[in-house]
Design a protein around this ligand. Structure first.
Ligand code: MG
Length: 384
């Protein structure tokens, strides 16, 4: 029998991290966790380290209280620590489940170490798609998408020749406000926005689903993962989230991937690829009626999706601006500082006031990212 795959999990305490651990509990003979990181949740990280006897642990800053990791556990800290973990020589696979643009640097570190990267963070590609994909080619790293839509595309194109792919349709549930009349959007509360009909996810991505900014980020992510021009990337509203993506080939035939709306399916596929093994949860039940309906998205109700499409078409640094403004706006909405409609207002304002440039070095990207965040923050102060 082959040795278990050694892997590192960056962002172990979030929702993707938890689902990755469910896959690991199911397949302890196939996977071995050797490194974990978290931003702030020290106790939860310590529990994970104990449960799986993880030798390397990383926190954003040194823990304030005395925390007991198992004997022999090495504690790493900060940006240097997470990048060391991302390039750990013993690791074959690095799962990047860090939230937001903070995923960029560890993803690049893993790429430069030539790892197999199970990418659950979309912002790394949204912000630094060109840099990351070029570096992946140069350093022989492989990126396996773990976002459910992109993993679905990844599954559908296996065994197909590269030039046979025509276009991709990413499905979207439409979130909690799919059927809300446009005039009621101004009354949307934080509580309503956090109540996703199908998926149980972290707060940031749940709000992104309610505004459909998430699908916009996914379009940009798909552009880099599958090397297709913007006009070949589509969105279809599919309320039950059973079909995760549809791939259209040049001959007009379409393939789709179906599974229940839980992240364990995509994560297990990405982690065990090219192997398949019994899943954590039951598959779809076709003895019951299943709704497989699709419809086009409404851009008037979801301006964030329109802004993301515009940013994708403009290219350059526009996707970075879209993402940075969105992160700041969502954070403010989560803290009840702005209303739901102001999220798109802040994104639109940031895109209008930042000039679009070709993407430069990582330092230039991070610098611009900081500028856009400041711009968005002062816009919030004006609005508040
Ligand atoms: Mg997704």
């Amino acid at each position: 029998m082959s040795q278990p795959k050694k892997f590192v999990l960056l962002g172990a305490t979030g929702s993707i991290g938890e689902n990755t651990l469910r896959v690991l509990r199911k397949h302890p003979d196939k996977l071995k966790l050797i490194g974990i990181s978290a931003k702030k949740q020290v106790n939860k990280l310590a529990e994970i380290a104990h449960e799986f006897s993880v030798p390397f642990v990383c926190l954003e800053s040194p823990p304030s209280s005395e925390i007991s990791f198992a004997k022999g556990t090495e504690l790493l800290v900060g940006q240097e620590g997470i990048e060391a973990l991302a390039s750990l020589s013993e690791a074959e696979v690095v799962v990047v489940a860090v939230v937001g643009a903070a995923g960029l640097l560890p993803t690049l570190a893993a790429v430069k170490a030539g790892k197999k990267i199970v990418l659950a963070n979309k912002e790394a590609l949204v912000v630094g798609g060109e840099l990351v994909t070029e570096a992946a080619t140069r350093y022989g790293a492989t990126i396996i998408p773990a976002d459910s839509e992109h993993n679905a595309v990844f599954q559908c194109i296996q065994g197909q020749s590269g030039n046979s792919l025509d276009s991709i349709v990413l499905t979207a549930s439409g979130g909690p406000f799919r059927d809300l009349p446009i005039e009621d959007f101004k009354k949307v509360t934080l509580e309503q926005a956090l109540n996703h009909p199908n998926w149980s996810m972290g707060k940031k991505i749940t709000i992104d689903s309610a505004t459909m900014a998430n699908k916009g980020l996914e379009l940009i992510e798909a552009r880099w993962l599958f090397d297709l021009p913007p006009e070949k990337l589509e969105v279809a509203i599919h309320p039950p989230s059973l079909v995760h993506a549809i791939v259209r080939f040049v001959d007009g035939c379409c393939l789709a991937q179906l599974s229940p709306p839980s992240m364990t399916f995509a994560l297990q596929n990405a982690l065990l690829y090219p192997q398949r093994a019994p899943g954590v949860e039951p598959s779809l039940d076709f003895s019951q009626p299943l709704d497989l309906s699709f419809s086009p998205p409404c851009y008037e109700k979801f301006p964030c999706l329109r802004f993301a499409k515009d940013a994708l078409e403009q290219g350059g640094t526009a996707p970075l601006v879209f993402n940075a403004a969105n992160e700041i706006a969502v954070e403010a909405f989560l803290r009840n500082r702005i209303g739901f409609l102001q999220i798109s207002d802040i994104i639109g304002h940031s895109l209008n006031t930042s000039s679009n440039k070709p993407t430069g070095s990582i330092a230039e990207l991070l610098d611009l990212d900081g500028q856009v965040r400041q711009l968005a923050t002062s816009r919030i102060e004006q609005l508040a």
